[in-house]
Design a protein around this ligand. Structure first.
Ligand SMILES: *[C@@H]1O[C@H](CO)[C@@H](O)[C@H](O)[C@H]1NC(C)=O
Ligand SMILES: *[C@@H]1O[C@H](CO)[C@@H](O)[C@H](O)[C@H]1NC(C)=O
Length: 237
C-alpha cells in the first residue's frame, strides 16, 4: 500500500455513528427514495447511554435477532436500546434489546476506526411482532464483484436508500473480510449497522466510510458465527 493510501485511511475515515443526523447521500445522483416494502427488515436503533445517546441502524434477521455494527456498542454500558421502525414521521417502537454480542474478534479499542469484524448481534427482549410490513431478511452470499446492491440506513430523520456497486476494498487485505462500494451512494452518520442488500438478501453490514467509499462487513464469512450465537440458521444455502 502506498503511503498516500495509509494517510487517507487516517484522514478520511469518517465515523458513521453519532448524535448528529445525516443522510445517505448520492454522490452523483441515483436517488431512489425509500421503499418501505423493499426494506421491511430495516430498523433504527436508539441507543441510550449516560449522555445524549445516539443512533445506529440494524436489520431484523429473525423475530428475536437484529444484526448491526459492533462499533455502535463498543464504548460503554447502555441504559436502553430501543428498536424502532420509522417511516416518514411515524415512529413505531418494535421493542427493546435485552442483550448484545459484539464479534469477539472486533478490536473494541479501535472503536469506529476499524471495520474488521464490525458485527453485533442483538437479542430482543420479546419477539418482534412480524407483519406484512415488518419482516426479517435472509443472509445471503454476494455473487460476483461488481454486482449491484442497495444501501439502506436510518441516518436521516427518515430512512434512505441508494444504489451502489459492490467491490473488494482495494486498500484492505483480502482476509479483512470487507466489502466496499466506491459509488454511487454512500453512508453517513447513523447508517452504521445498516444494510447492503442485493436481490439475494443481506450481504453486508455498514461499518464506516473512507472518503466517498462505504465499507461493509462481508456477512457470508460469518454465517457459522451467526448461527452459533443465535442458535438459528438464518442464511441461504
Ligand atoms: C447512477 O449514476 C451514474 C452516473 O450518473 C450512472 O452512470 C449510473 O447508470 C446510475 N445508476 C443507476 C442504478 O441509476
Ligand atoms: C466474501 O465472502 C465470500 C464467502 O462467502 C467470499 O467468497 C468472498 O471472496 C468474500 N469477499 C471478500 C472481499 O472478503
Amino acid at each position: 500500500m502506498s503511503p498516500l493510501v495509509y494517510l487517507c485511511l487516517f484522514v478520511c475515515i469518517t465515523l458513521i455513528h453519532s448524535t448528529k443526523t445525516a443522510e445517505i447521500q448520492n454522490a452523483v445522483g441515483n436517488a431512489t427514495g425509500f421503499r418501505p416494502h423493499v426494506h421491511k427488515y430495516l430498523v433504527l436503533l436508539r441507543i441510550y447511554d449516560d449522555g445524549a445517546g445516539f443512533l445506529c441502524s440494524g436489520s431484523i434477521i429473525d423475530k428475536e435477532w437484529i444484526i448491526s455494527a459492533a462499533h455502535c456498542f463498543a464504548k460503554h454500558q447502555y441504559r436502553k436500546i430501543k428498536i424502532i421502525r420509522k417511516i416518514d414521521s411515524n415512529e413505531h417502537v418494535l421493542g427493546f434489546v435485552s442483550k448484545y454480542a459484539n464479534h469477539p474478534k472486533f478490536d473494541i479499542t479501535k472503536g469506529s476506526k476499524t471495520a474488521k469484524y464490525d458485527l453485533a448481534l442483538l437479542k430482543t427482549r420479546k419477539p418482534i411482532q412480524l407483519s406484512e410490513f415488518i419482516k426479517p431478511i435472509a443472509l445471503a452470499r454476494l455473487g460476483a464483484f461488481g454486482q449491484k446492491g442497495i444501501i439502506a440506513g436510518y441516518a436521516s430523520k427518515t430512512p434512505l436508500e441508494g444504489a451502489v456497486v459492490v467491490n473488494r476494498c482495494k486498500w484492505a487485505p483480502s482476509d479483512d473480510g470487507l466489502l466496499c462500494s466506491p459509488y454511487w451512494a454512500y453512508a453517513q452518520n447513523g447508517d452504521s449497522g445498516g444494510a447492503l442488500t442485493t436481490s439475494n438478501g443481506l450481504v453486508g453490514v455498514i461499518s464506516l466510510r473512507v472518503g466517498s467509499e462505504t465499507v461493509y462487513v462481508n456477512i457470508s464469512l460469518h454465517f457459522d458465527y451467526i448461527q452459533k450465537v443465535t442458535g438459528k440458521k438464518l442464511h441461504k444455502k
